[in-house]
Design a protein around this ligand. Structure first.
Ligand code: FAD
Length: 397
């Protein structure tokens, strides 16, 4: 293998490129990115970089010199438009091509948008540096921010906006925030956290209409309420970026379908990060994960697989979110859980476990770092559900 192209210049793509060099690959490595910036970190975009004036280069994952030192060719501001797997060529949107022997697909996901009509007011999303800077410009004390969707990004923006001194209302279709991901009891804890911090979350409700009013908007909700907003942001999830693969033969179904070692059914092509859907043997499930740590680890693993050192990727998913004083850490899987056990619950701390098939599968820990380590080990070791719910000491810690 002489030439490896990595499409998607963010977390997974960068770590794939880095792992190729660390494993001694001496051929050409080309990192192709639709964005103009060198790979940067996204988690701060809804947290510290939305609150403070953080210079863009402080968000960079590697200094510019790193790319030169590691002989990584970057093609910034160039989206891959099409993939020809027979000819092993990536066609870019400026009409140029990049030939490859091995390819890592790391095009991540993009924020879902509300469908918009001609005269509708702007509804912002938050995915890129540009989105974050544009939103920060509009966060001013005393303004009213309406967020559509109480997922993690929406809740983080709400917490940051409260620090800016905005009034914040969230409209959420579910019965509580995060109920689909973490269940009703944990979702209710997050709702109470935000209520204590002055955020109203209007649940079981949708936005029926958004009309322009001056520089702001008027939202009509399905419960009949009308909200005036200075700023409107949609946090309604993200979708994997795969349309450039249409017709290439690389299988896609809500993400790039991979084998457990992140290779695809097309020779020489692997995928990593938010865009990859793979069979995780630990959970006996095909999953796609939009978490920071997963993108790092999968980028590395996809590179190893291309170099012929493939192994099943069976990491325990890990996700964090920081809202006000709550440091929430989540390990494993909760969405397919058949059992939930809340072990601790007060205003400052929360520990809840998720089980399926008689095993512990997931744990959410707020301000509980020791429990996180303990349950992460239990998930990896496939400890019986009864052992963690009845005799927690059986798993140490
Ligand atoms: P992405 O980061 O989505 O990068 C994909 C890259 O590919 C982008 O640069 C994109 O422009 C580029 N691209 C797309 N299409 C093409 C194309 N056709 N050609 C070339 N390039 C293309 N995770 C956590 O665990 N904890 C957090 O607290 C947390 N906070 C977050 C806050 C925000 C605001 C956001 C947006 C995400 C957050 N995440 C968090 C999720 C985490 O950042 C993602 O899981 C991670 O960025 C995924 O990395 P990736 O490289 O797979 O994809």
């Amino acid at each position: 293998m002489r030439r490896i192209a990595v499409v998607g210049g963010s977390l997974a793509g960068l770590h794939a490129a880095e792992a190729l060099r660390e494993r001694g690959f001496e051929g050409d490595v080309t990192l192709i990115s639709a964005e103009n910036e060198l790979p940067y970190d996204r988690p701060p975009l809804s947290k510290e970089a939305l609150l403070n004036d953080v210079p863009v280069d402080r968000l960079s994952l590697r200094a510019p010199q790193w790319y030169a030192d590691n002989a990584i060719t970057t093609r910034l501001g160039n989206a891959a438009a099409r993939l020809d797997t027979a000819g092993r060529t990536v066609l870019l949107d400026d009409g140029t091509t990049v030939d490859y022997d091995g390819l890592v697909i790391a095009t991540g996901s993009r924020a879902r948008r509300l469908s918009s009509t001609e005269n509708a007011p702007p509804v912002q999303v938050l995915r890129s540096i540009e989105d974050s800077l544009r939103l920060r410009e509009r966060l001013r004390p005393g303004r009213h921010l309406v967020l559509i969707g109480a997922g993690f990004i929406g809740l983080e923006i709400a917490a940051t906006a409260r620090q800016w001194g905005l009034d914040v209302t969230i409209v959420e279709v579910g019965t509580v925030p995060l109920s689909r991901v973490l269940g009703d009891e944990v979702g209710a804890w997050f709702r109470a956290l935000h209520a204590r911090n002055g955020v109203e979350i209007v649940c079981t409700c949708t936005v029926e209409a958004i009309d322009r009013l001056g520089d702001g908007a008027v939202l009509t909700l399905s419960n009949g309420r009308v909200l005036n907003a200075d700023v409107v942001v949609a946090g309604i999830g993200a979708s994997p970026v795969t349309e450039w693969l249409d017709g290439s033969g690389v299988p896609t179904t809500d993400g790039v379908v991979c084998h457990s070692d992140l290779s695809t059914s097309v020779p020489g092509v692997a995928a990593a990060g938010d865009v990859a859907r793979w069979y995780n043997p630990l959970f006996d499930e095909e999953i796609r994960v939009e978490h920071w740590t997963n993108a790092v680890e999968q980028g590395r693993r996809a590179a190893h697989t291309l170099l012929g050192h493939g192994e099943a990727f069976s990491a325990v998913p890990y996700f964090w979110t920081d809202q006000y004083e709550a440091r929430m850490r989540f390990v494993g899987r909760a969405s397919a859980a058949s059992e939930v056990a809340v072990k601790e619950l007060d205003d400052d701390r929360l520990v809840a476990l998720y089980g399926r098939d008689g095993l512990i599968r997931g744990a959410v820990c707020v301000n509980a770092p020791r429990e996180l380590v303990r349950y992460r080990t239990a998930i990896r070791d496939q400890v019986l559900w009864g052992d963690v719910t009845e005799t927690p000491s059986a798993i140490g810690g």
